[in-house]
Design a protein around this ligand. Structure first.
Ligand code: NCD
Ligand code: ZN
Length: 350
């Protein structure tokens, strides 16, 4: 039996840190374990320009406790007004690691996202030219499309046409939730993952849609894209644990206060920063793939983003007794509930 596992320090390739008091409260939860993270730009107002990204990066770095080291990798929120030259300059200066596409209205704070994809063609072409990745929130927003089908329909109606029209555009399909998405990555991305990759969250490896809806409604399991049927969860598990370089960790840890979750119109998002690495050790061990955890959490992401792997390490230790994880973290805005996997955890970060 493995009772300890040391891996290259992991990175989180999709993270919501928010701003202000919430940023100060949640940042240590990520910085404790992760070397870097791709920082989502869906603030209010969103992070659209290079100047805004530089200012946000400074706020993140000033919120970082002095004894922690962590590198935020900034993204720009793509709008129909985004200036291709501003994007190129932000990339050239090393400030920006990716551009984020939200279909307008798809998720939390996405009102400024894209409605007419033709309007962002010049930006996408510039990104293809300079090798800057596009991170996609892959859900259509058409009211006639069932919410459980929105990812699969996005692939056919939006993603595939964009990729075909923009040769060389490097794309990350973020927080994939379906077998359709995993199959698309495998059948359309090159084996080394240089052109097409996908992030998978911790919670989508653990819950299916029953967790949200059976035995009473469970708002803490509601996130977007919404968890799907069990067969899709199993497909995600297979992709994540397979050692395929095209799949890597993006937690999509998305803090909302309990007041905003437990409401008649509750926010989407699971907060997993605190216990993600312990949960992943559990998941990979359960699937007999502990030796593939390092690839998923620490190696495939840097390879896609053409960054060096972290030089430090993280050690996970197996415990006899279940590990105690705080039920919530305290923020000045109110408590933020930590994702509860629904089973005892016997792994902890040393
Ligand atoms: C995210 C958030 O709260 O910002 N919510 C979520 O359910 N994942 C937005 C997003 O990534 O969709
Ligand atoms: Zn997200």
């Amino acid at each position: 039996m493995t009772d300890s596992l040391t891996i290259t320090r992991p990175d989180d390739w999709h993270l919501h840190l928010r701003d202000g008091d919430m940023l100060r409260a949640v940042l240590p939860e990520t910085a404790r374990h992760f070397g870097r993270a791709i920082i989502m730009p869906n603030l209010v107002p969103p992070v659209v320009t290079g100047d805004q990204a530089a200012a946000y990066r400074d706020r993140i770095l000033s919120a970082l406790p002095e004894d922690m080291s962590f590198t935020p990798l900034m993204t720009l929120y793509l709008t129909e007004e985004t200036d291709p030259d501003d994007v190129a300059a932000a990339h050239a200066s090393g400030l920006v690691t990716a551009v984020k596409l939200y279909p307008a209205g798809a998720t939390t704070n996405s009102a400024s996202g894209v409605t007419n994809f033709d309007k962002v063609r010049p930006v996408l072409e510039k990104m293809a030219e300079i090798g800057l990745p596009l991170c996609t929130h892959g859900e259509v927003t058409d009211p006639d499309i069932d919410i459980f089908d929105r990812e699969a329909v996005f692939i056919d109606r939006v993603l595939d046409p964009i990729r075909q029209a923009t040769p060389g555009l490097r794309v990350v399909m973020e927080h994939i939730t379906t077998a359709n998405a995993a199959d698309y990555v495998r059948s359309h991305g090159t084996v080394d993952g240089g052109d097409l990759g996908a992030t998978i969250t911790t919670h989508h490896l653990i819950i299916n849609r029953n967790a949200i809806l059976v035995g009473g409604i469970k708002p803490h399991y509601y996130c977007l894209p919404v968890a799907k049927r069990e067969e899709h969860r199993l497909a995600l598990r297979a992709a994540a644990t397979s050692a395929d370089k095209r799949f890597f960790l993006g937690t999509d840890s998305a803090p909302h206060t309990d007041a905003n979750k437990l409401s008649a119109c509750g926010c989407a998002g699971c907060f997993t920063a605190t216990n993600t690495m312990a949960l992943l050790a559990h998941v990979f061990e359960e699937d007999g793939a502990l030796d593939h955890l390092e690839g998923f959490a620490s190696q495939h992401g840097p390879a896609f983003y053409r960054l060096p792997e972290n030089t430090s390490t993280l050690t996970l230790v197996k415990t006899d007794e279940p590990v105690h994880v705080p039920q919530s973290i305290v923020t000045p805005d109110g408590p933020v509930t930590v994702f509860d996997p629904g089973f005892p955890i016997h792994w902890t970060v040393a």
